[in-house]
Structure formats: C-alpha cells, structure tokens
Design a protein around this ligand. Structure first.
Ligand code: FAD
Length: 273
C-alpha cells in the first residue's frame, strides 16, 4: 500500500494511470486509479491536471489494489477530468484529513445518511464495512437523490440490499416513468424509521441543509451530538493546513476534518447558516 505524500515537497503530486472510467449518471463519473493507497474511509486526495488546476475529491472505494473517485462535473477541473479515459494519467497527492471513526465505532450499529454526490465518501465507508461486516451491528443506509436519473451506484444496490438496510428516495420522479421506489425527501424516510440511539453512531455527508434537517431528526430520536459525524466540505488549496482557506473558525477542514464529530463543530456550523 502506498502514500502519495512527499515530505520534501508537500505540494508534489504523483502521476497515476486511470484503469477505468465509469459514467454513473449524466454529470457524475467514477475514475478507478492504479494506486493501492493506504487510507481511512472519508479521507480525500488532491487531483490535478497540469495547466488546468487541482481539486479535493473524497475516496469512494476501500481496496488494497485500486482507488476510486466519484466526481460531479461542476467547473474547470472536474469538467476536464470528465474527458479523461482509460490509460490516461492524472496527478494525485494524499490521502488527507480525518475520515469517519471506523475504529471508535467498532461493535456499534451504524446509520449512514448521504445526499447526492455526498453518497460517494459513504460508499467508501460501505466498502470498508463489506470487508469488516462482523465488526459492526445493524447498518442502516439512507441515500437521497434529486430524481431517478441522479441515483448513484445502481450496480452496488442489489448487494447493499442483501447486506444492509438500504433506504433510497428521490425528491421528485416524473409521473408515468418506470421508477417504482420512494419519492420524497430522505428526511421523511429517516423520520419514519425505527432507529434507536442505543449503541448507534450516525455518519453523514451531503448538502448542508440536508445534513441540518437529518441531525434535527436524529436528535429528536434521542441521538446525542457525540454520536453524529459529518463531513464538511470547504474550498481548499494546500490540504495540509498552510493556506488557511478551509478554516471553519479555529479548525482546518483539511487537517481536523473533513469528518468532524457534530458537538465539536456545531456552533461554528450554525453561525455560518
Ligand atoms: C474534502 C472535500 C471532498 C470533496 N469530495 C468530492 C467528491 O468526492 N466528489 C466531487 O464531485 N466533489 C467533491 N468535492 C468538491 C470538489 O472539490 C469541487 O467541486 C471542485 O473543487 C470543483 O472544482 P472545479 O474546478 O471543477 O470547479 P470550480 O470552477 O472551482 O467551482 C465551480 C463552483 O463550485 C463552487 N465550489 C467548488 N468547490 C466547492 C466546495 N468545496 N464547497 C462549496 N462550493 C464549491 C465554486 O465556488 C464555484 O461556484 C470535495 C470537496 C472537499 C473540500
């Protein structure tokens, strides 16, 4: 297993070959890279293309032989990344940050709640759980998307249904279409669920407003703030605490996060809203 971090030059990226490119949905794709990177679920890497730029992307796999990154096309770097194909190379450095607390939550029941592209880092957690299934109790997955066309990781869903309690919902679905699943915000499924806070930990990633409502529901169900972990994405450049772009009050998202325990960050988050 590798680390793509140079002590002599922390900005130095490493050239890595693309093994596969998969289109997940219209504007989101997954790159499978030829690098067995040692990392924790929830950590991220910095991806770059010379002459274009660099951006942080969460790791959406957990494997000793490759690395997967699921990327939403939004601007210059991600649009350029989307045009790359199998055999092309990109530059990578990392992994960075603190991921989800997989060791601390060993033996517990887990609730994973994701929205849109925020499901990507949680897929990394699920891949970890696939390999450590017996270390945890029940696993409830709540994944919400804008519409049926936005549902990510459809190929994994049959396995997830078998191993875990999978709940998927879309905000809106066209009438008369072939989608037969849940329609409504993922918060509605979470609210209806029979989750008990006993021996549970919740791991969230998604749009801030979705996470806010989900945290409210979890708290109404009796979850304490220190049972909830959220991934906070902020604009960042260096990824190792030098540039200070990603600071949330006194904390660096790149070093102290992106995954934070809710009680350690809630005042700062609430002030930002
Ligand atoms: C820790 C971390 C993990 C991430 N993981 C993923 C991932 O797994 N998959 C994925 O698709 N994206 C992820 N992102 C977001 C991704 O880094 C940005 O979308 C990317 O930087 C956009 O670069 P760009 O050049 O394509 O677009 P830009 O032209 O730089 O940005 C396009 C628009 O998006 C806004 N924007 C860019 N980055 C952010 C941000 N972090 N927060 C809020 N607004 C932003 C810009 O202000 C601009 O309006 C992550 C971000 C962080 C900080």
């Amino acid at each position: 297993m590798k680390q793509l971090l140079s002590k002599a030059d922390p900005y130095r990226p490493f050239k890595i070959e693309i093994l596969e490119r998969r289109q997940e949905v219209k504007d989101t794709f997954t790159l499978k890279l030829d690098v067995p990177l040692k990392h924790d679920p929830g950590q991220f890497v910095q991806l770059s293309i010379p002459g274009i730029g660099e951006c942080p992307i969460s790791i959406s796999s957990y494997s000793s032989s490759f690395l997967e990154l699921t990327i939403h096309e939004i601007g210059m770097v991600t649009n350029t990344l989307s045009k790359l194909k199998k055999g092309d190379t990109i530059f990578v450095r990392g992994p960075y940050g603190k991921g989800y607390p997989m060791k601390e939550t060993k033996g517990k029941n887990l609730v994973l709640i994701g929205g849109g592209c925020g499901v990507a880092p949680l897929k990394g957690v699920v891949s970890y759980l696939d390999k450590h299934r017996h270390d945890y109790g029940t696993i409830d997955l709540f994944f919400g998307y804008r519409s049926p066309e936005h549902i990510l990781f459809k190929d994994e869903m049959p396995t997830w249904k078998e191993l875990y309690k999978l709940n998927v919902s879309v905000d809106k679905a066209p009438t008369g279409g072939c989608y037969t699943g849940n329609v409504g915000f993922i918060t509605q499924l979470l609210e209806k669920s029979q989750l008990s806070p006993q021996r549970n930990a919740a791991m969230l990633c998604g749009p801030p407003v979705m996470m806010k409502f989900c945290i409210d529901i979890l708290q109404k169900k009796g979850f304490h703030e220190d049972q909830i972990y959220i991934s906070a994405e902020r604009l960042m450049y260096c990824a190792f605490g030098e540039c200070c772009h990603c600071m949330i009050k006194g904390k660096f998202t790149c070093l102290d996060g992106p995954v934070f325990r809710y009680d350690q960050i809630k005042e700062d988050l609430n002030e930002e809203h």
